[in-house]
Design a protein around this ligand. Structure first.
Ligand code: COA
Length: 391
């Protein structure tokens, strides 16, 4: 029997602070329109010093525990490229903060922004053989580049948590997926660096060429055309890339470039959240999916949507899924919108101060100032141990 598997519930979290890119444009003497129209970004989320991938991931995941029996969770898979420890998985901290049971596999997965998709596909394959059980996937990242670098306006922070299992309530995944992998250096962060290195123009070219490759593979497996999808969710290092991706697919299908109305219809709702948080790396594609499902006025039940996942370095996957009937009852759109609307705007200098704050590495006792966070915060560092607090 072919059991349907996929996303049963999803929840999004972003820090309570943002920088309006108008202030960044002013500080960098750049035309604000470059950020708004050229990159498609309005604001970027800024994580305060007592927020990290663990607190964001746990905050995203906590509401999902009310939507399933926590004893059914056999896996906690944490996808990130801003890990806090070379050995201990960020998932382990979250497992503790959420009070999950001991009969559980708890690991961290890395391949740049692709790792959330790796976790999702692995969990979905497992779920087919274990109906009734659930995997908790958390994608959580803080995108940071050097001050004054071209990547700076595309920074951001956020997390998406998903429950994955059989007979899902939100999105049933298709089996087929177009894959592509190539060893390139378009974006990377050596272990000794706080900020990522990126050759952004090259990375955009590799992204679009990986899209072509995965699309060719997907079409060979399914025979579908680009017009067979009601919406497209792209990995979003900046939201303008979705338009570039659609144009590329239309050209490959031999059709005319999609009109601006068509682009708006196919990707518009997927960009709403990312436009005001910036890049959330591993979470970005799933933030776009959350944005689509939360904000689309059209009932998407029974409709097929396309997803393109890209992780620099690079691994890419084009895949698809069908939205389940009744999916709206599983969404948390009102909570997500209230969270975004209640964020505090930083002054430019406050942003720079947060970015320049050194992280203590001396093994001493450090208590962190309390900022606005979700239900969890990083209270300090004690003898190289991270100390988390539940509020
Ligand atoms: N008004 C409107 N648009 C403007 C503008 C203005 N005044 N000035 C520039 N633009 C447009 C440019 O034409 C360009 O659009 P196009 O791509 O359609 O040509 C866009 O704004 C960006 O300008 P560009 O000069 O290419 O920007 P940049 O060299 O400063 O860098 C990125 C842009 C995206 C490469 C850079 O922000 C970056 O590296 N970001 C990180 C990306 C990343 O993380 N990639 C890896 C993970 S996938």
């Amino acid at each position: 029997m072919n059991v349907s598997v996929g996303i049963d519930a999803l929840s999004f979290y972003t820090p309570a602070y943002f920088l309006d890119l108008g202030l960044l444009a002013e500080a960098r003497h750049v035309d604000h329109q470059k950020y708004l129209a050229g990159l498609g970004q309005e604001r970027m989320a800024v994580a305060p010093p007592d927020e990290d991938i663990v607190t964001m991931g746990a905050s995203a995941a906590r509401p999902l525990l009310d939507m399933t029996d926590p004893d059914c969770i056999d896996w906690v898979l944490f996808a990130t490229e801003t890990g806090v420890d070379q050995s201990k998985a960020a998932a382990m901290f979250v497992h503790g903060l959420l009070g999950l049971g001991p009969r559980c596999r708890v690991v961290e997965i890395k391949q740049a922004c692709y790792s959330g998709t790796a976790a999702l596909r692995m969990a979905a394959d497992w779920a087919r053989r274990h109906p009734g059980r659930r995997a908790l996937i958390i994608a959580s990242d803080i995108a940071r580049y050097e001050l004054c670098s071209p990547g700076e306006p595309t920074q951001g922070a956020g997390a998406v948590a998903m429950l994955v299992g059989a007979n899902p309530g939100i999105l049933a995944l298709d089996d087929e997926a177009g894959l592509y992998a190539e060893d390139v250096l378009d974006f990377w962060r050596p272990n000794y660096r706080e900020t990522a290195l990126v050759d952004g123009q090259y990375s955009t070219r590799v992204y679009l060429s990986a899209l072509e490759q995965t699309w060719r593979h997907y079409v060979a497996l399914t025979g579908r055309k680009w017009t067979d999808f009601c919406r497209y969710c792209f990995h979003l290092p900046f939201t303008r890339i979705a338009e570039k991706g659609l144009v590329r697919l239309a050209r490959m299908d031999g059709g005319p470039n999609p009109s601006s109305d068509e682009i708006r219809r196919l990707v518009g709702e997927t960009l709403t959240y990312n436009r005001v948080t910036g890049n959330t790396y591993a979470a970005s594609l799933y933030e776009g999916l959350t944005s689509l499902l939360d904000t689309a006025e059209e009932d998407l039940s029974g409709k097929r949507i396309a997803l393109f996942s890209y992780g620099s370095g690079c691994t890419a996957e084009f895949f698809s899924g069908t939205v389940m009937g009744g999916y709206r009852q599983r969404l948390r759109g009102a909570v997500h919108r209230a969270m975004l609307d209640s964020r505090a705007a930083l002054e430019y200098q406050q942003y720079e101060d947060i970015m320049n704050l050194p992280f203590p590495v001396d093994g001493g006792e450090h208590v962190f100032a309390q900022y606005r966070t979700g239900p969890y915060r990083l209270a300090g560092i004690s003898q190289h141990k991270r100390v988390y607090e539940t509020l």
